[in-house]
Design a protein around this ligand. Structure first.
Ligand code: SAH
Length: 395
């Protein structure tokens, strides 16, 4: 077995069970290990720390599979881990065959660099680490056995792939799909997910519970849904009796699908306004037109993937939140989110507080949002908690 030997004192994060070994912590790698090989991570004094997948050329040199020296990393290991992740969800949340859910959430489920989502009877996986790439066949085979999915589709095309030196891979891995557009239900609402071309694995599953919670507040209100994608928040608002919903996104395809969803669910098209625009510009236009809303959703894409880009991201969040507060009527609600790993919940709250202050808004936090619970966060891996949000009410 190859070994990664850490610099003196650099074993601390591993002793706290953080699953990443950064290149800066590595003294040397013993043996000719290539990306994806299983290695032992050892402290400078030779003490065993973890068993991991190595990636000698990446910034994250190793990702931990397990903390026990005797664990064998083989096909059975992946079957066990996948079974545990999927079994946990069955036990806690049951399984609705028509709905969508996250089955595997990477590091937090002990499978670094692996995301698995289920859209009704279709499973979509995304591999973004050299270790999971090496064990791709074993993972897909185990998923087939455990889920009995009609099809397994691969969407290993995330930006982070490049950092791991992996080439993107997409397409059908098992079974058959006559169309990549899969119909699901989200708390009763029919939605279509394009697993081939949709964002991420096709859809934003992490916001499921938040969409319902925000939608329930929409009755009789004029709603502005910014960064609406395929209409998740829009549909929930309509179902719960919103007076009007203005949906803004810069993707014409996403807006098109959102409109289709309104018809599919027999919802009130006459209450909908669709805007293909840049939210940063459109919010200014609304301000100049003196438009006002009772409920505004801001769910932008990731502005800061890492802490290094947090400052620029902070300006972006400040800007849209400030405009959001200004566009609210008295008693209005702002549901504002950040999915930037590089912006902590604490920092996000400070940015939103600064935006309220500059907008002259007297705001209270009513709800703190997190990902839907099938996106668990390992306590040893705080990076897993990327999605945070606040529901603010202004006087
Ligand atoms: N709220 C959505 C998910 C939003 S994802 C849901 O619940 O499903 C972010 C969306 O922002 C994407 O649809 C993307 O097309 C859009 N987007 C990214 N930058 C944008 C911009 N500057 N202006 C408008 N839309 C943007």
């Amino acid at each position: 077995m190859h070994k990664i030997i850490l610099k003196p004192g650099r074993e601390k994060s591993l002793l706290r069970r953080h699953p990443w070994v950064f290149s800066g912590a590595v003294a040397r790698i013993e043996g000719k290990a290539t990306a994806g090989d299983t290695v032992h991570v050892v402290a400078n004094d030779g003490r065993f720390l973890a068993i991991a997948a190595v990636n000698p050329d990446a910034n994250i040199s190793a990702r931990v599979w397990d903390w026990n020296e005797s664990t064998q990393i083989n096909t059975a290991f992946f079957h066990r881990r996948l079974n545990a992740a999927i079994g946990m969800r069955r036990a806690l949340f049951g399984r609705n065959p028509e709905e969508a859910e996250r089955l595997v959430h990477g590091e937090s489920d002990g499978l670094p660099g692996l995301i698995v989502d289920r859209y009704a009877d279709v499973v979509v996986l995304q591999i973004s680490s050299a270790g999971c790439h090496r064990w791709r066949e074993a993972i897909i085979e185990a998923l087939q056995q455990i889920t009995a999915a009609r099809a397994i589709y691969e969407r290993s095309d995330a930006d982070v792939l490049e950092l791991e030196g992996l080439t993107p891979r997409t397409g059908l891995a098992r079974g058959e799909l006559d169309t990549p557009v899969v119909e699901i239900r989200e708390s009763g609402i029919r939605m279509r997910v394009d697993v081939a071309k949709g964002h991420k694995t096709g859809f934003y599953l992490d916001q499921r519970d938040n969409r319902l919670q925000v939608g329930r507040l929409a009755a009789g209100r004029d709603v502005l849904n910014c960064f609406s994608y395929t209409g998740g928040f829009t549909l929930q608002a309509l179902v719960h009796g919103a007076a009007s919903v203005t949906s803004v996104d810069s993707s014409a395809d996403a807006l098109q699908l959102a409109r289709e969803h309104v018809r599919l669910n027999d919802l009130r098209e006459d209450r909908c306004e669709w805007v293909d625009a840049d939210v940063f510009l459109y919010l200014r236009k609304l301000r100049d037109q003196n438009r006002q809303f009772d409920l505004i959703v801001l769910d932008p894409p990731k502005f800061a993937p890492t802490a290094a880009t947090a400052e620029r991201a902070a300006r972006g969040y400040k800007d849209i939140n400030l405009l959001g507060f200004k566009l609210l009527r008295s008693g209005g609600l702002l549901a504002t989110f950040s999915c930037s790993g590089g912006v902590s919940a604490d920092l996000f709250r400070k940015i939103v507080a600064g935006a309220a202050l500059d907008a002259g808004a007297d705001a209270q936090v009513i709800v703190q949002f997190h990902s839907t619970p099938d996106h668990p966060v390992s306590l040893a891996f705080p990076e897993g908690e990327y999605l945070k949000g606040l529901l603010c009410r202004i006087n």
